[in-house]
Design a protein around this ligand. Structure first.
Ligand code: N2P
Length: 388
């Protein structure tokens, strides 16, 4: 009898446990019609642990590559180039082997049009959010919708001087109002010849400024404008001591007293001269007559073998602390807003690194020559350089 009662009780419990419709014992979540899809598993990065980077010389803080390698386990091969022309030649030849290259945005325009780069995937770069939208809008002028270029740093090409030497060479002559007169007007260049004038060795650096100086559009496509700029350059050719691809060393080594160089590099040379205990004072001049703005950007060549690793590095570089160390150590401003609070006051307060509004407005904006004009551009530059 006892057994029967027990059996009945167990049967009742089982029924209850089976969940009689009227009174479920445990509240079961109601089925949701549009249940969110399970997050897709993060794609596995199957690339070999290698990343090949091609960047400008003197353009990365010490230790940054080692920090990335240590954190990611990816071995970085880091090589440098001197100007956009050298990078361009590598890219058009194909099979460059590089996964990240750093063209100037204006120069990259024709590389984008020539389909030399793959599209960036911002979803693989969480720190993309750190970028200043206004800055990105500027880049979009040459890279529609910011599809291919991720900013590295920016600056401007300007005139730098060894103050004491230039003042001595000019004698009674006061400094010109337009800094470019020093290197483009024979009245000044003939005096500075004695202590040395150096130009960056690159058509795409010199011609836009020369065109602007003679009152023509900096990225003109009219051969007559190039003729005018070429004639102007021809008149100062005899006063130019060197065309430099190693400007920091050349300035610090005293090879020139007036130079066409990059804002940050001139500041690096100034620091180096000071560290060496010299009394010489090197200064980049404010772009009173217009400086040539450059926004250098990371891009992934179409045939890159390690695009995932490239995205990983881009994300690493866009961390606030890394973007800030670029400005702090290399003297170039950044388009990374998250980094601004981490930039040292002496860098932020240096008016030749972070230009004020008035001088910013004087800069020749980002642009690029068309492919069609590259013949006349190179001919004009080479004729000038050869002194013909
Ligand atoms: C080189 C940095 C300047 C690059 N040190 C100019 N686009």
């Amino acid at each position: 009898m006892k057994k029967q009662v027990l059996a009945l009780a167990i049967a009742a419990m089982l029924l209850a446990a089976c969940g009689k419709k009227e009174e479920p014992v445990v509240a079961v979540p109601a089925p949701v019609a549009e249940a969110p899809a399970a997050a897709p598993a993060a794609p596995v990065n199957t690339e070999e642990k290698v990343l090949n980077i091609y960047n400008w010389a003197d353009y990365i803080p010490e230790g940054m590559i080692a920090a990335f390698e240590q954190e990611s386990g990816i071995k970085v091969n880091y090589n440098t180039f001197e100007n956009n022309e050298a990078l361009h030649a590598k890219l058009v030849a194909g099979n460059s082997g590089y996964d990240i290259v750093v063209p100037t945005a204006g120069f990259a325009k024709k590389q984008i049009e020539g389909d030399l780069y793959q599209a960036i995937d911002p979803s693989k770069i969480p720190n993309y959010k750190n970028l200043n939208p206004d800055f990105m809008a500027k880049i979009a002028g040459v890279d529609p919708e910011n599809k291919h270029l991720v900013p590295w740093a920016w600056g401007f090409t300007t005139v730098g001087i060894n103050k004491g030497k230039v003042e001595k060479a000019l004698g009674d002559m006061p400094m010109p109002e337009n800094a470019w007169d020093l290197v483009f007007d024979p009245k000044y260049s003939s005096k500075l010849k004695s202590c040395g004038i150096a130009y960056l060795d690159s058509p795409s650096e010199i011609l836009p400024i020369a065109l602007h100086y003679v009152g023509k559009p900096p990225y003109s496509s009219d051969p007559a404008d190039f003729k005018l700029a070429g004639d102007m350059l021809g008149k100062v050719r005899k006063d130019i001591r060197l065309f430099s691809s190693t400007m920091i060393d050349d300035i610090a080594g005293g090879k020139a007293c007036a130079f066409v160089g990059w804002s940050g590099d001139i500041n690096i040379a100034a620091d180096r001269v000071k560290e060496n205990g010299s009394k010489d004072v090197i200064v980049p001049l404010l772009p009173t007559g217009g400086g040539l703005v450059f926004i250098d950007t990371m891009a992934i060549p179409k045939d890159a073998a390690h695009p995932n690793n490239a995205h990983l590095f881009m994300d690493f570089y866009l961390r606030a602390e890394n973007a800030a160390s670029m400005a702090n150590e290399m003297n170039y401003p950044t388009g990374n807003v998250a980094a601004l609070d981490l930039i040292k006051p002496e860098i932020k307060g240096n008016s030749t690194i972070f230009l004020d509004a008035e001088n910013t407005a004087r800069l020749i904006p980002t642009g690029g020559f068309t492919n069609e004009v590259s013949g006349v551009l190179n001919d004009t530059y080479n004729a000038f350089k050869r002194g013909k």
